[in-house]
Design a protein around this ligand. Structure first.
Ligand code: NAD
Length: 477
């Protein structure tokens, strides 16, 4: 019997499997120390997961939503009971503060609850037929076994969205969490097993990402793909999915603009934006990043935001005194250094931070760049770190043109006290989610997803369930 937070294992057909075809080290980014190892699934183990998912689907689709819902709700309660231990493991694997990790796990439990309820409302409809005595029915049916890929930045929330939606719709699921953060997904598998989920309905595999995604997506057993990660990998997986016309949901990168008009209370807006920028050390696809600030308040806003960023305590996420934890790995630190250097060389100013926060551990200082030209890399490439850029604008048209300039379209924000400006800017921003005077754009109840090169399809909300259902029209005479 495995502990409530299993050590990294494969979970196939209800079995916890410690060894595969290879392994990789699990590293704590705050200490750079090895904290465990992660098994890599062999091709035979992936085939076993596919077989289990096919059998699991045949069984699970016959379990009625009322009973599926009970298992999901029981799992949500177990996740809440175990949330302290799961959160501690997330912080140790990925560096975010313990408070953030706990909030994420509780949010994941809410997601299980939301889908437990929403699965009971997978309504079809009755269409008036053209002939007397006929019946025209629109039916909703689960798509079938799902291949799901969740990233390292929100290992609990983004795994929960994929698992809970699949299971609530009546699908089985093979999830590949990021190898750097396997424990939250495994803890959810454990909670679902304890809640009575039949074997094979959920399987968790780990390994070389491209080997696993190629193996699963090419299999005729898999009927749906759901992925959160970078736009480059999303495009690669979309091409593979297209070969067999598999349904897919892609939640990819962003580069969120924030338009700050000159009628705001600057101190209040800084207080709202600061936690959004430093959350998870900026490794958030909806993090506020490109600040377009109306010219009359540009200087005052930049000074206030730089001061707020400089006051952030950076350090090990397990220490409650720290406001911001470590970045995920050394690659992110290298990316921050490259982006800041390039922006500086392009003529941008560094108003706060701009360097590593310590010699050991992957820590970066919260950074504010200002007056950076559009040609600099940081204005075009998602920083995925604690870097904000402030540039001035004159008119609403200029600000919207700047905000919509990039191929990304995930989140966009605006701050103003004018309802006219709120309405105009909310309609003009090219984004899947828009926050006006706040940053709360991702909850269990509302659809979340991007447009343009930020992906397609939604997670959460009614749309999140619909993404795992086929529509069938039945005409009865
Ligand atoms: P990456 O592109 O190598 O990996 C991103 C994620 O995709 C990881 O979770 C990884 O396990 C997975 N992945 C990579 N190749 C895959 C494949 N062939 N098949 C299936 N899954 C695959 O980049 P990285 O260095 O880990 O992260 C850096 C970039 O990734 C960031 O700059 C950011 O743009 C993006 N990212 C976005 C999100 C998001 O929430 N949208 C999350 C994590 C990373």
């Amino acid at each position: 019997m495995e502990a409530v937070i299993p050590k990294p294992h494969l979970f196939i057909d209800g079995e916890w499997i410690a060894t595969g075809a290879g392994e990789q080290a699990l590293i704590n980014p705050a200490t750079e120390q090895r904290i465990g190892s992660v098994p890599h699934a062999s091709a035979a183990q992936l085939d076993a997961a596919l077989d289990a998912a096919a059998r699991g689907f045949a069984q699970w689709r016959r379990v009625q939503p009322y009973d599926r819902s009970k298992i999901l709700r029981r799992a949500a309660d177990l996740i809440r009971e175990r949330s302290d231990a799961i959160a501690r493991q997330i912080t140790t694997e990925k560096g975010k503060t313990l408070g953030e990790a706990k909030g994420e796990v509780l949010g994941a439990a809410d997601t299980f609850d939301w889908y437990a309820e929403e699965g009971r409302r997978a309504y079809g409809r009755i269409v008036p037929p053209r002939e007397y005595g006929h019946r025209w029915l629109v039916m909703k049916e689960p798509v079938g076994p799902v291949a799901a890929f969740s990233p390292w930045n929100f290992p609990a929330m983004l795994s929960a969205r994929k698992i809970a939606a699949s299971l609530a719709a009546g699908c089985s699921c093979i999830l590949k969490p990021a190898e750097e953060t396997p424990s939250a997904a495994l803890a959810f598998a454990r909670a679902l097993q304890d809640a009575g989920l039949p074997n094979g309905v959920l399987n968790v595999v780990l390994g070389v990402p491209d080997t696993i995604s190629t193996h699963l997506i090419r299999s005729p057993i898999i009927k749906k793909l759901t992925f959160t990660g970078s736009t480059a990998i999303g495009k690669h997986l979309a091409r593979m999915a297209a070969d067999s016309m598999k349904k897919a949901t892609f939640e990819l990168g962003g580069h969120s603009p924030v338009i700050v008009f000159d009628d705001v209370d600057i101190d209040h807006v800084v207080q709202v934006l600061l936690p959004g920028k430093i959350r998870n050390a900026g490794q958030v696809c909806i993090a506020p990043t490109r600040f377009y600030v109306q010219e009359g308040i540009f200087g005052r806003f930049s000074d206030a935001f730089a001061k707020a960023l400089a006051s952030v305590k950076v350090g090990d996420g397990l220490d409650a005194q720290n406001h911001m934890g470590a970045m995920a790995n050394g690659r992110r630190i290298d990316a921050m250094a490259r982006l800041v250097d390039d922006a500086h060389r392009a003529g941008g100013k560094v108003l706060a931070g701009g360097a590593r926060a310590s010699d050991s551990g992957f820590f970066w200082q919260p950074t504010l760049l200002a007056e950076v030209p559009d040609t600099a890399h940081v204005m075009n490439e998602e920083p995925f770190g604690p870097i904000a850029i402030a540039n001035p604008f004159r008119t609403i048209e200029d600000a919207v043109a700047q905000a919509n300039r990039l191929p990304y379209g995930l989140a966009a924000y605006a701050f103003t006290q004018s309802s006219r400006r709120s309405i105009d800017v909310a309609s003009a921003l090219e984004a899947g989610v828009v926050g006006i005077n706040n940053l709360t754009v991702s909850t269990a109840e509302a659809p979340f997803g991007g447009i343009k090169e930020s992906g397609y399809g939604s997670e959460a909300g009614q749309e999140g369930l619909e993404a795992f259902l086929n529509t069938k029209f039945v005409s009865e005479a």
